[in-house]
Design a protein around this ligand. Structure first.
Ligand SMILES: [Mg+2]
Ligand SMILES: [Zn+2]
Length: 256
């Protein structure tokens, strides 16, 4: 059994964000979600859902309502042959109205508690694992747990309070792109021999003594594109920060 996992935020990442929804009829997967989880499963990642569900603490629905949600998502995964390894939720909120759940906990993202619990219960190596979410609280939780992180830049993050702990390793538009990033990085680079066997022109050997550059030599060009090839802005998470326009966006809180 593989010890590496992809942890998925639920609302806004795996399913369209319908605040405090627990009705399976209203659960809609995001673009390419099933294709992405299938592809990740086939490359040996266990799939987990990690979600804040403060609607329990706020008294909007009972904790038992999440059983139906989990079951529905499990069936959707099974429809493409993917086992859901675990569904982990935080029912708490410090300002909740239901006393039992109105608490500061270590499992509400951006805290990493749910990830740590999942990893412990399933013997997951967090350093080989990934967290995908749609807001920076997800990124912070993933980083604190030791995972690499991917932000779906779909407009749900509105505050962009960045810090080293909240900086995504990669930023993409949907789960398919996220799966592509994970697989590109997880695939070991081919050796020279493999490249030759595949009839790819070998990379010319670097001369032992590099030619001197004269003032008239053209400048050395450094390719600006990485493994994502044609993308105009690969891995925006590292370099380009989101446009300032996003800061002024006013959407409802997507971290219920
Ligand atoms: Mg979310
Ligand atoms: Zn909690």
């Amino acid at each position: 059994m593989s010890r590496k996992a992809v942890f998925l935020d639920k609302d806004g990442t795996l399913v369209e964000d319908v605040p405090y929804n627990v009705d399976p009829e209203q659960i809609r997967l995001t673009v390419g979600a099933l294709e992405a989880v299938r592809s990740l499963h086939l490359t040996d990642y266990q799939l987990f859902i990690i979600t804040n569900q403060s609607g329990v603490a706020r008294g909007y629905f009972p904790e038992t309502a999440l059983i139906t949600v989990e079951q529905h998502l499990r069936e959707l995964f099974q429809s493409v042959g993917v086992p859901l390894a675990g569904f982990y939720y935080c029912p708490h909120h410090p300002d909740g109205s239901v006393t039992h759940y109105a608490t500061h906990c270590n499992c509400r993202k951006p805290q990493p508690g749910l990830l740590l619990r999942a990893a412990s219960q399933h013997q997951i190596d967090l350093n080989q694992s990934w967290f995908i979410g749609d807001i920076l609280h997800d990124i912070q939780a993933g980083r604190q747990a030791g995972c690499r992180t991917i932000l779906l830049d779909n407009g749900n993050e509105t505050e962009w309070q960045l810090s080293p702990q909240r900086l995504p390793h990669h930023t993409v538009n949907n789960l398919i792109e996220a799966a592509n990033v994970i697989q590109a990085i997880a695939t070991p680079p081919q050796t020279d021999t493999q490249l030759q066997n595949n009839s790819v022109s070998p990379v010319p050997k670097t001369p032992e003594t590099p030619p001197m550059r004269s003032a008239s030599s053209p400048p050395t060009l450094i390719p600006s594109e990485g493994v994502w090839g044609k993308r105009s802005s690969p891995s925006r998470g590292f370099g380009g920060l989101p446009p300032n326009a996003r800061i002024t966006r006013n959407k409802p809180c997507s971290n219920p």
